[in-house]
Design a protein around this ligand. Structure first.
Ligand code: EPU
Length: 335
């Protein structure tokens, strides 16, 4: 195993933050991963680096999970179960699936990051979440290197939540994920307003999975910054789920506030709206800022430190709490 010291992580996190790993190694297969874990338990696991904000150097061995490979596990008349190893790039995997006419993940096009991290926060966009196509995943115990298969019901998926973020946090490394996708009669989901509008603009009435993917790519490109151009981690905050009473109180003062009903007692409020209405959209504080087209996204204009971005996020959280009585939580892992 090749372990490098004092290793810069700038190109390994989509925020583009300069931080050093005390030690760094990249593993390409399970045996290498097991060998690393046998020697070191106090590690930091790095996937695509797309959902984290580094606020300090990492004084540990950083293990970059670079396991590649896509294979078909089983097939039926209508479905295919595809296993993708954790280090596969998520968007490239989607394109591969579309090319092979496997449907179900096209709405999740262009989300940065790798396959292995998609279940951890149950990534979602445009009406689809990983849980809708997730069949199982394999994970290796950091402590004893045993390999466990987690079925969907073991994962406790919720809005940007799973068992891997909660009860089992930092205990397992996901090595592969199996997705159940359609081979025909694809159940395309174009219910999200922006997708409908994009398809209509292109005169598409009966969209293929490729059409949906292209629509999502166009929408994301128009709203979300490309991390290769402008450092970011997608939505920095989760959309808060609040008691109906909290919402009712806030809406008296802000009648335009959008909301989505979650249950009889709770509603979800778009944090992007709250942040925009509080005047933050497009604002820049040194090299840290709020994206001009999507207020949920914090950006690094070049040389922001993780600390500067965290401070900006705290300033936004406090302003939103004071103004609307609603607490917003970071979605991104702050390290
Ligand atoms: N809004 C604003 N201003 C903004 C952004 C949004 O007023 O700057 C309002 C919109 O007008 C709309 C509502 O907020 O009424 C919702 O906006 P949008 O549909 O763009 O989605 P979002 O809630 O901002 C969520 C996900 C995104 C995902 C989109 C599309 C979270 C935290 N974010 O954003 O996920 O792409 O829906 O499904 O749930 C990500 O997690 O990195 C991410 C980009």
């Amino acid at each position: 195993m090749n372990i490098q010291s004092d290793f810069s992580l700038k190109t390994y996190n989509t925020f583009g933050i300069e931080a050093k790993a005390k030690e760094f190694t990249s593993v390409q297969n399970i045996k290498e991963l097991i060998d690393v874990l046998k020697l070191n338990k106090d590690i930091f696991v790095l996937g695509g680096g797309s959902n984290m904000l580094l606020t300090q150097n990492i004084n540990k061995l950083v293990v970059h999970v670079d396991l590649k490979g896509i294979s078909i596990v089983k097939e039926s008349e209508d479905y295919v179960w595809i296993k993708a190893n954790a280090g596969e790039n998520w968007h490239e995997f989607i394109l591969w699936c579309i090319e092979h006419n496997y449907g179900g993940i096209e709405n999740l096009s262009l989300i940065p990051g790798n396959v292995g991290t998609t279940p951890i926060q149950n990534i979602g966009a445009y009406g689809v979440e990983i849980k809708d196509v997730f069949s199982s995943c394999e994970a290796i115990s950091i402590n004893n290197q045993s390999i466990t298969t987690f079925e969907k019901e073991d994962c406790n998926f919720g809005y940007r939540e799973s068992v891997f973020k909660n009860e089992l946090k930092n205990q397992y490394i996901i090595t592969s994920v199996v997705f159940k996708l359609t081979k025909k009669n694809h159940k395309t989901n174009s219910s999200y307003g922006a997708i409908e509008a994009e398809l209509a603009q292109n005169n598409i009435t009966n969209p293929s999975i490729k059409d949906i993917s292209n629509a999502v790519i166009a929408i994301r490109k128009s709203k979300l910054p490309d991390p290769k151009v402008l450092g970011n981690s997608g939505s920095f905050f989760k959309n808060p789920i609040v008691p109906i009473e909290t919402y009712k109180k806030a809406v008296l003062q802000y009648p335009e506030m959008p909301h989505y009903v979650v249950s009889n007692t709770e509603v979800k409020v778009p944090a992007g709206w709250l942040i925009e209405q509080a005047g933050f959209k497009g604002k820049r504080f040194g090299d840290a800022g709020i994206h001009e087209k999507q207020a949920l996204v914090l950006v690094n204009y070049g040389n922001a430190t993780g600390q500067e971005i965290v401070e900006l996020s705290k300033h936004i959280q406090k302003t939103i709490l004071d103004k609307y009585g609603i607490a917003i939580e970071a979605e991104v892992n702050i390290i």
